[in-house]
Write a protein that binds this ligand. Structure first.
Ligand code: FBP
Length: 431
């Protein structure tokens, strides 16, 4: 029923099929292409713009919409020049154009967008699940080709044909450097417990990846779906045994606990206030690290905790070699897909574990990623967020090794981003 309802809402897009793109150079016909960044920044995004610009035929132009989807609705735009783009190559952040989280959904918004795209041959949306939901709706309703590329540090935009979004590796590398430093500090003075909350929205991909890179004493993977009191009991009994340690946990913890109502009221109120236009909870703003510390103390355990939150510092860092190449390749791919007049597709690269030359370019219909989900109390067709699978090899590695890491010190200190080679890949690429 859901599938036929979806097909009736997307009659055009439901006929699209996945395609392997041929990496031959773009045809010499000049194209006028629009570009926008959407959602949180992710390193590699500026290289998407550079790759697209470089691969367009001479005489083409690349028009950037400012401030994300709202810039498209308001037609706030600027033509990007080679000189300007050269200043942004291999840099993090989305400050070339700015970004935003506006949801494009009303008929009036869509009409305005259609009008503003009339002089363009296509629009590339650089975004995560919510932004690509926007792209799917626009591709269905508009004649201008609309394409997307998978961006998000959260690593939750995945599917059988989407191995990973760009930005994840840089965020994991930045956080792991900082966690590694904390491990080294804890080992040096042996007096503090560092309690580290990590970004990632509902999914624990970043936490899992960072844990495998740094081996903390306690890693909490929210998808294990324990109750909050069970997590705190476990943590308290470990803390009681050691004078120092390292804990990592995801900002999405509270979304998975079965006893949410046992949380103190101020946390529950914070959770309910301030959802974004897509209905996402303001998880980064909730001080869960302080909640965990307070709950451990309530159990009579005395310790010296130091709370940390690593989030925004990982979204706009200089990209790792992997993300720099990945973003650039996606941009070039977009030029080929616009040349071929594709629309309603998310452009991806497969075989990311292989060398850059072995990556396989593919276009995956956005429609095939949609499902119905309740957002702000209403069932809507959206792209699902993929959370950590407890069957994945990387999760199983953590599950097998973490009791060892709990009692003895096995900290790894991976060092800064500059230490990462182009050959290194995230552990959690295996899902
Ligand atoms: P995207 O889903 O847009 O990629 O955002 C990633 C993210 O950094 C999440 O990890 C975090 O929960 C959220 O953005 C924070 O949102 P905001 O930028 O509105 O504070």
């Amino acid at each position: 029923v859901a599938l036929s309802l979806l097909a009736s809402l997307f009659p055009k897009s439901s006929t699209f099929t996945p395609q392997v793109l041929i990496k031959k150079p773009a045809r010499l016909a000049p194209l006028q292409i629009g570009l926008l960044f959407s959602g949180g920044p992710a390193s590699g995004g500026h290289n998407v713009a550079c790759g697209l610009f470089d691969a367009l035929a001479p005489g083409s132009s690349l028009i950037g919409f400012l401030g994300g989807p709202q810039g498209l609705i308001d037609n706030k735009r600027k033509a990007l020049s080679k000189n300007e783009l050269d200043l942004f190559r291999n840099t993090g952040g989305f400050d070339l154009l700015g970004t935003g989280r506006t949801k494009i959904e009303t008929a009036e918004q869509i009409d305005r967008v259609a009008h503003h795209l009339k002089d363009l041959d296509g629009l590339l949306i650089v975004g995560g699940d919510d932004s690509q939901t926007n792209a799917a709706h626009l591709a269905e309703k508009l004649n201008t080709p609309i394409l997307g590329v998978p961006k998000t540090i959260d690593g939750d935009l995945r599917g059988p044909e989407i191995e990973l979004s760009f930005g994840f590796d840089t965020a994991a590398t930045t956080y792991s450097e900082l966690i590694g430093n904390l491990g080294c500090d804890a080992l040096s003075d042996k007096k503090y417990w560092h309690i580290v909350k990590l970004m990632g929205r509902s999914a624990s991909h970043l936490t899992l990846e960072c844990a495998l890179r740094t081996r903390p004493n306690f890693t909490l993977i929210a998808e294990e779906r324990k109750s909050l009191s069970a997590w705190v009991d476990e943590l308290a009994s470990l803390i009681a045994k050691r004078s120092y340690g390292l804990v990592v946990f995801p900002e999405g913890l509270l979304e998975f606990v079965s006893d949410l109502s046992s949380c103190p009221l101020p946390f529950l109120n914070q959770l309910q206030e301030g959802t974004d236009p897509h209905g996402n909870l303001p998880l980064s703003q909730i001080k869960t690290e302080e909640l965990l510390i307070a709950m451990v103390k309530e159990r009579g355990v005395s310790f010296k905790p130091v709370p940390h939150f690593y989030g925004y510092e990982g979204r706009s860092a200089f990209p790792t070699p992997f993300d720099a190449h990945y973003g650039y390749a996606l941009g070039r791919l977009a030029a080929i897909a616009f040349r071929d007049r594709l629309t309603g597709q998310l452009l991806t690269l497969q075989n990311l574990k292989g060398r850059v030359e072995e990556w396989v370019p593919k276009a995956v219909p956005l429609y095939s990623l949609l499902h119905f989900e309740e957002r702000k109390g209403i069932k809507k067709p959206v792209i699902a967020k993929t959370v950590v699978s407890l069957k994945s090899p990387s999760y199983r590695t953590l599950a097998a090794d973490r009791s060892k890491w709990a009692v003895a010190d096995h900290y790894l200190n991976p060092g800064p981003c500059q230490f990462s080679s182009l050959e290194r890949r995230p552990f959690t690429l295996d899902r």
